[in-house]
Design a protein around this ligand. Structure first.
Ligand SMILES: [Zn+2]
Length: 73
């Protein structure tokens, strides 16, 4: 039994659109799978989120540095 061939909207790969395929009808099975939480933190971010995280990291680093200096002196 043949399934209709669709082109994935994400990776442009052709895939068979099976009736029981989970996720979006215009995405291949690989692109329909929810991404692991670890990769979404790096890949799924837009510029604003990246900036916010960078600032948070810098603030944390600064706080850590202050803590170390205070301990030394
Ligand atoms: Zn795809």
């Amino acid at each position: 039994m043949a399934f209709p061939i669709r082109v994935c909207a994400v990776c442009s790969e052709e895939f068979e659109l099976k009736p029981d395929k989970p996720g979006f009808a215009n995405r291949c099975p690989a692109c329909s799978e929810p991404e692991p939480a670890t990769s979404t933190t790096n890949r799924g971010m837009d510029a604003d989120e990246r900036k916010t995280q960078k600032e948070a990291n810098e603030a944390r680093r600064q706080a850590m540095r202050n803590l170390l200096y205070r301990k030394d002196s």
